[in-house]
Design a protein around this ligand. Structure first.
Ligand SMILES: Nc1ncnc2c1ncn2[C@@H]1O[C@H](COP(=O)(O)OP(=O)(O)OP(=O)(O)O)[C@@H](O)[C@H]1O
Ligand SMILES: [Mg+2]
Length: 255
């Protein structure tokens, strides 16, 4: 019989990912840009191991929500806790507890190579041997290995998105915040991203995904929040949202 330790070591392919306490809980979150009240009392939670999507149209507040969780948008009212502890309003501390933000628009180090971008992702681990982490990313996205020495800005859009996800994984996330990973990508690349998300999540990384592409979110998430003008207006399983008349009309283009 295989020992529990053996099973755990097999499962912990993305180190740091498995934790019985890992959990994000947001309660009554309000965020403003000047006088504009952009997030209006959001409450949501993500359980350990879940892949949860936040869907909603342009300007609904998805990116603002993610930037607030990761400490980039400083001021807010309401509570955000991670593993039952209030999250510090400090991006560096938030990264250190394992909440890693893969931002909309990728924000790569465009003049650095693929390899250098990946190494930058591991900055929270001082003097660490990165070979195992690099290998895991290259196994997930073999094209990044082929292009290891290519300058990031010369990659295709799909390759850049894979690099952005790979760089986030180098930080060994417990919770991965993934903002619009399929934006502007062709169906075949969306499929590669979907496959990668399944693998990452299958290895125990909890994922919160923001998507305008409702069909992609419903196909890949386990639970979905619908955000409209800064408020959660619906939450449920993909099936519950898929069969909702309004979601069908407004977001899936069915009449
Ligand atoms: N830095 C900023 N200063 C002022 N207003 C902002 C700022 N960033 C976002 N907003 C406003 O906040 C609202 C929510 O924007 P946000 O980018 O969070 O939406 P989103 O759901 O991510 O949209 P998209 O799907 O287009 O990415 C919008 O009305 C936007 O104009
Ligand atoms: Mg956005």
């Amino acid at each position: 019989m295989r020992s529990c330790a053996t099973l755990m070591s097999k499962r912990r392919i993305w180190p740091g990912a498995v934790s019985s306490r890992a959990m994000l809980r947001i309660e009554d979150l309000h965020v403003y840009y000047g006088k504009a009240h952009v997030l209006r009392g959001i409450s949501l939670h993500v359980s350990p191991g879940e892949l949860v999507a936040v869907i909603g149209p342009n300007g609904a507040g998805k990116t603002t929500l993610f930037r607030t969780i990761s400490g980039l948008k400083e001021s807010h009212n309401g509570t955000i806790s991670f593993q039952n502890t209030p999250l510090a309003k400090d991006p560096a501390k938030i990264v250190r507890v394992g909440v890693i933000h893969c931002p909309e628009g990728r924000h790569l180090f465009s003049d650095m190579t693929v390899r250098e971008n990946l190494e930058m992702g591991a900055f929270r681990w001082d003097h660490r041997d990165l070979s195992g982490d690099l290998e895991r990313v290259y196994t997930l996205f073999p094209v990044l290995k082929e292009r290891e020495h290519q300058i990031a800005r010369t990659l295709s859009g799909g390759e850049q998105q894979m690099l952005a996800i790979g760089r986030a994984l180098m930080s060994r996330p417990e919770l991965l915040l993934l903002d619009e990973p399929t934006l502007g990508l062709a169906p075949i690349v969306r499929k590669a991203i979907a496959d990668a998300l399944k693998q990452i999540n299958g290895h125990g990384v909890t994922i919160l995904l923001a998507e305008q592409n409702v069909a992609f979110a419903l196909a890949n998430a386990q639970r979905v929040y619908l955000l409209e003008t800064g408020q959660i207006v619906k939450v449920g399983t993909p099936e519950e949202l898929r069969t909702d008349e309004r979601v069908q009309k407004v977001y899936l283009g069915r009449v």
